[in-house]
Write a protein that binds this ligand. Structure first.
Ligand SMILES: [Zn+2]
Length: 101
């Protein structure tokens, strides 16, 4: 998890809001909840669909044509997921996940 404001990963828990875990950034003091989504970014659902297409063998440019997400954005996601959640994606396509790492 990182701060949506300054991208710092120095985050502390800060109680709960409407049943969701609230966090505070130690560096800049920004408060945010678990499911925070940047208005500049894509929804998690779109990201997951693109990644699913990727692990099922679609190329970046094919996904770009289908989902309308720029291929460099998808590459960035694949890289993030490859670093953060290798086991989850290993389950679907081991060889491809290994190449990401
Ligand atoms: Zn911050």
């Amino acid at each position: 998890m990182e701060c949506p404001e300054c991208k710092s990963t120095h985050i502390k828990k800060n109680g709960r809001k409407k049943g969701k875990q609230n966090h505070i950034c130690v560096k800049c003091g920004r408060q945010f909840i678990d499911c925070y989504q940047s208005h500049q970014g894509y929804a998690q659902a779109v990201k997951h669909e693109c990644l699913k297409m990727y692990v099922n063998g679609m190329g970046f440019r094919s996904i770009e044509r289908v989902k309308g997400v720029h291929h460099t954005t998808i590459m960035k996601w694949v890289k993030q997921v490859g670093e953060l959640l290798p086991d989850f994606y290993d389950a679907e396509n081991f060889s491809r996940s290994r190449r990401i790492r």
